[in-house]
Design a protein around this ligand. Sequence first.
Ligand SMILES: [Zn+2]
Length: 278
Amino acid sequence: MNHNLVCCQQKTEASETVKKRNTALPRSVSRARAITLASLIAAIFITIGIFFFTGVFGGKPYTYTDNTKVLLYHLVSDETYGPNEYLFVRVADFEAQLAEIQRLGYKTIFADELVRTHGEPCVVITFDDGYADNYTNVLPLLEKYDMKATIFLISDFIGAEGHLNEEQIREMQQSGHVRFASHTKSHEKLTSLDEEGIRLELTESRRRIESLTGESVCALAYPNGAYNSTVELVAAECGYEYCYTTDRPSEEHYPNTRLPRSYVVRDMAMSDFLAILE
Ligand SMILES: [Zn+2]
């Protein structure tokens, strides 16, 4: 009897201990969950912080110390038309500029190859708007000097008077010297559009260019160089990894949604051109 009683007492003690443990368990579990949740929130904030610090949403910052220069052209032609004569670089001047790029030992890369420079001195030659002279006057010189250039097309203007047509675009792309990227669908200033309008300009132009060239498009030049934080965010969301402005480079680092370019204009002195490459 006695023995049974002790056993009973032990059982009671044991069951009380279990009860205590059972009541203590949820507290330690919720504490662990709280710590995990806090770590998760901290990790998210740190990640967002890193993304904002390094450029919009994870893009590797474009570093001028990498010795990469980005040139902005529109037309290469002796003849001019319209009010913006400064946009027409003379053919002989363009050739002299390519010769200098070569003499100085720069390698030319496409607008979407910035992260692959590995610190080598590189030049990105870009053309905005997709004018027809890019086929007649620029392509032969790119072939002669074995150089690369990127042309930012306005997709609604493909085949329009004075602009590149589908056949020319395909031939240029197949030459290996030219890659095509987006200058939007209609050349509307993106800062004057709402988010939906910006998204339409960016996705429609890319769809048209990709279906024409069979190559993916991840570089963009903002029409008139106009951008704001909404434009940058939508461009990044739409998958554009390299977005070019018309801002002159003045800083050492830039996020990939705000890449600066140096304008090359008609009758620019060679000393001014060489200053860009310094
Ligand atoms: Zn333009």
